[in-house]
Design a protein around this ligand. Structure first.
Ligand code: ADP
Length: 889
């Protein structure tokens, strides 16, 4: 019995069945059960023979109907037959022979509506609903007008029939609702389970692709590297030819892997699109450098025609645009035997801050048949097999181009005349980052182009390079590739050995593999940075990896690597990476052509400084000072009814004040989001090994909290709570910068010094009125009216990191300002006279000069910065507010 119940249960909830099928089985069985019970009751209470017989027939036929319909997978039809039997046969009989309104049949009408609503679909459902409605009305009407047609019940039968029916229907409805809820719960649990499985599968797929990329790249690295060494030898033409073929075959293999990886990423929705400003000219130079050499090798003319009005900096994903254009240009070169390949770029301003850029790649090659064009962007499709059979490729390139263009919100199309040539057009609307026109574009082509035959780019016999990789073949390849540069290479197979060497020797640069057993590259990097007595704590470390993918680049940057080199690499790439980190005095440049002036600039800026001090825009440091001291700031945001502005960047305090002149408008200033801080830190880490971010007091805004949340993602970002406000934070920032400039490279030591200084900062302001306290909701209207009438001037003071109304000065403006000055500077001998900030809101120069004069009479500060406060202070304190911010000894 138990087994049978289990079988029935399994059959019903069997996930292979559709929801409708399961409902049919459950509802019809329940109905059968109810009919049998009703039948028994009919016998007991002596119901009319017609009704009893009709119920008996239903009780016998229904089980067969259920089994046949389920077996034949015709449950829809079964449900319709059941519904029709109920509506046209059972209900009328039960009504007229079962006592009409004095019976229990009317409650079964409700069950019939439920059955039809739940089990029938589309057209049959509508029809049956209408029929049931009409029949119900008809039954009532007929009974009303012709009561003699109904077989009446005696009073006891009426009550018995009605109560049995109500109870049966009640239980039936209860059971339906209960079972349906259960089914929904099962379904939900199953969906959650499936989502988990899919996620696992996705993860497994990503792991598979990442390890496949790694596993394939590692041997290709050896092939390409050693083949390069063969090419450098004095070899016969035949061997050189063979080696060149090995080189091109390896490159095809490599691009195939990259394509497959890209494709899988796009398909799993993991292709990251990073929208940010980029330099348009630099992007074209990169493209030209890549394509020009390929075109000239085939004897093709390559030209680039750039619209001079193109803005010099745009906002989009530079990497993906480059990928699209290089794909199209590579195809153009590949499928053109003679003639030319041209890249033309035109732009059209669509909105005040947007341009529609049209990139056309035109060739004079084999062209594409008209009928092939509609399928051209499908994956794995290669057209015109006859002509392209011997041309390498997979048919993935254009599909990737199309999908990348879609992801960017652009469009690609093609125009082609078979045998004459093709034009691929890629259009993309982009935001303008720098309005200035690019002007006449002169590609810096031959500069970066590689020479056909290898020649080392530099020699540096005094340079010391440490290579760390558990794969000996990789070590051998990199060592051999560096042979001609004469650098001293030490190669070790593990992090532990690397640490032994870094304790004894100072290297100029360390190249570190990521995936190593025991201690991986990231752990080893951290160990080097923290190595007690280590000689390489500040030495640049470059991650070497066979794992392609932008997520890895982000990871390396976050962990504090100074660069990133993707295996397999060519000699030139390896040399370029190393030369960037070598001191100029030990390097002799061998190939000036390759090291242009711009390369030098890049090189100079790529040397990372040990500690970069950064702060928030509300630190109120003069812009010129920020610029000269190279202190980057994160802008706060000002929210107004007119939009959101970046504090101090797009909206100065004065502008916001003008806006606030209107008494009814409000504005609020808010800290950047965690993601803003993350992006800021990530960018700044291109220039520095560590970041020390000085934040305003954690009790005055969310900046500290958000910056700390962002810093968690980085190994080398430290956030310091200045415990101050406005230029008080500015003073702490300048102090941090001074410590770093003195040569302190231990960030913890800098933080310890700042901790000591923290309590000594005087940061406070005197407000002109209490109006802005009231407008900011910190004062009731009555309190505001009273304080204003009595000319109250609140003095806001930072104490132990908290902002407090320190005291209130009562009286005329000038008198209270004087009182504030003398009060604040009451113990001149304790004051550190090196720097004072007079930070103010909406005041005239003459007023500030007067204040400055008065201050200097009391304390002779060496440097005085008169600084307009950013909007955050302006919004909260209002015009006429100013503060004296300095440090005590
Ligand atoms: P493949 O790796 O085969 O080049 P693509 O997706 O890049 O794959 O291109 C798909 C097909 O489109 C190619 O096989 C080729 O037949 C055709 N094709 C692409 N670009 C051109 C072109 N510039 N001229 C002629 N045919 C082209």
């Amino acid at each position: 019995m138990k087994k049978r119940a289990k079988k029935l249960y399994d059959e019903v909830i069997c996930p292979g069945r559709s929801f409708q099928e399961r409902l049919f089985i459950i509802l019809t069985w329940l109905a059968e059960f109810a009919v049998v019970l009703a039948l028994i009751c009919d016998f007991l209470i002596g119901e009319s023979i017609q009704e009893t017989l009709s119920l008996l027939a239903a009780a016998i036929v229904t089980p067969f109907l259920i089994v046949i319909c389920v077996r034949k997978k015709k449950t829809d039809l079964g449900a319709l037959v059941v519904a029709m039997s109920i509506v046209f046969i059972l209900l009328p009989i039960a009504y007229f022979y079962g006592g009409g309104l004095t019976g229990g049949s009317n409650i079964w009408i409700v069950v019939s509506f439920l059955y039809i609503g739940l089990l029938l679909k589309s057209f049959p459902r509508k029809i049956m609903m209408i029929m049931l409605t009409l029949l119900t009305i008809a039954e009532y009407t007929v009974e009303f007008w012709c009561p003699e047609l109904t077989v009446p019940h005696t009073r006891p039968v009426w009550y018995a029939d009605s109560s049995v029916s109500v109870l049966l229907v009640g239980f039936l409805v209860y059971a339906v609702v209960y079972i349906m809820t259960k089914i929904f719960q099962w379904e939900n649990a199953r969906a959650v389970e499936q989502a988990k499985e899919i996620e696992e599968l996705n993860k497994a797929q990503s792991r598979f692709f990442s390890s496949m990329s790694h596993e394939i790249r590692t041997p290709i690295n050896t092939i390409i590297g050693l083949n390069e060494m063969i090419l450098r030898e004095d070899i016969s033409d035949e061997v050189a030819d063979d080696a060149r073929n090995v080189r091109s075959a390896s490159k095809i293999l490599l691009s195939l892997i990259n394509d497959i990886l890209d494709m899988s990423k796009i398909e799993s929705g993991k292709m990251d699109i990073v929208i940010q400003p980029y330099d348009v000219g630099a992007m074209f130079s990169d493209i030209v450098n890549m394509i020009w050499i390929r075109a000239s090798e085939k004897g093709l003319k390559f030209s680039i025609d750039v619209d001079p009005s193109l803005p010099s900096s745009l906002v989009s994903d530079e990497v993906r645009i480059k990928q699209i254009l290089i794909n199209l240009l590579n195809n153009a070169v590949k499928y053109t035997e003679e003639g030319s390949v041209t890249l033309s770029i035109h732009c059209n301003k669509t909105k005040p801050n947007k341009v529609l850029v049209t990139y056309s790649v035109e060739d004079t090659g084999i062209g594409i048949r008209k009928e092939s064009i509609p399928m051209l962007f499908d994956a794995f499709r290669r057209e015109d097999q006859k002509h392209t059979r011997y041309i390498e490729g997979t048919g993935l390139g254009l599909s990737i181009v199309k999908q990348l263009a879609d992801l960017l919100g652009g469009d690609v199309s093609v125009n082609s005349i078979y045998t004459k040539g093709s034009t691929f057009v890629f259009t993309l609307e982009q935001e303008i980052a720098d309005e200035r026109a690019l002007g006449k574009y002169e590609p810096a082509r031959f500069r970066g182009a590689r020479k056909h035959e290898y020649h080392q780019t530099f020699e540096a016999p005094a340079a010391k390079v440490l290579l760390v990789d558990d794969n000996t073949a990789n070590l051998m390849v990199a060592t051999k590739l560096l042979r001609d540069t004469k650098v001293q290479v030490s190669a070790v197979e593990s992090g532990t050995e690397a640490l032994r060497l870094t304790a004894e020797e100072h290297y100029n640069v360390i190249l570190m593999d990521h995936m190593m057993p025991d201690m991986d590259g990231i752990e080893c990097l951290h160990a080097i940075r923290e190595q007690r007595g280590g000689l390489c704590r500040e030495v640049p470390v470059v991650a070497m990896t066979a794992n392609a993918g932008s997520e890895n680049q982000a990871l390396y940057r976050r962990e504090g690597f100074d660069g990133y080199l993707l295996k397999p690499f060519e000699a030139v790439e390896l040399e370029k990476t190393i030369i960037d980190f070598l001191p100029e005095d030990i390097v002799t440049i061998e190939d000036e052509g390759l090291r242009s002036e711009t390369d030098k600039i890049v090189r100079a800026s790529r040397k990372k400084i040990p500690i970069l001090v950064t702060t928030d825009s509300i630190s109120d440091i003069p812009r010129s000072l920020l610029k000269s001291l190279k202190i980057p700031i994160v802008p706060y945001k000002v929210y107004t009814a007119k939009g959101v502005f970046y504090d101090g960047v797009e909206a100065e305090g004065d502008v916001i004040l003008k806006y606030l002149d209107d008494k009814d408008v409000t504005a609020r200033s808010e800290a950047p989001e965690t993601a803003d801080y993350e992006a800021f830190f990530a960018e700044q880490l291109s220039y520095a090994q560590n970041i020390l971010h000085i934040s305003t007091s954690k009790n005055t805004s969310h900046g500290y909290e958000k910056a700390c949340e962002a810093a968690v993602s980085f190994y080398n970002v430290f956030v310091f709570d200045s415990g101050s406000l406005s230029s008080g934070t500015g003073i702490m920032t300048l102090a941090a910068k001074a410590l770093v400039d003195e040569g302190t490279t231990d960030i913890k030591a800098v933080i310890r010094e700042l901790e000591k200084k923290k309590s000594k900062i005087n940061s406070g302001f005197i407000m002109d009125t209490t109006e802005y306290l009231y407008r900011g909701g910190r004062l009731s209207e009555t309190a505001y009216k009273i304080t204003n009438a009595f000319m109250f001037h609140p003095v806001i003071q930072m104490k132990n990191g908290y902002m407090k109304v320190g005291r209130v000065i009562v009286g005329g403006r000038n008198r209270s300002r004087d009182k504030y000055i003398t009060g604040t500077l009451s113990n001149p001998s304790e004051i550190d006279t090196s720097v004072l900030f007079i930070t103010y809101v909406g005041m005239k120069k003459a007023e500030i000069d007067e204040i400055k004069e008065k201050v200097l009479k009391i304390v002779p500060f060496e440097v005085v910065y008169c600084q307009k406060a950013t909007s955050a202070i302006a919004i909260n304190c209002g015009p006429g507010t100013f503060g004296l911010l300095f440090s005590r000894k």
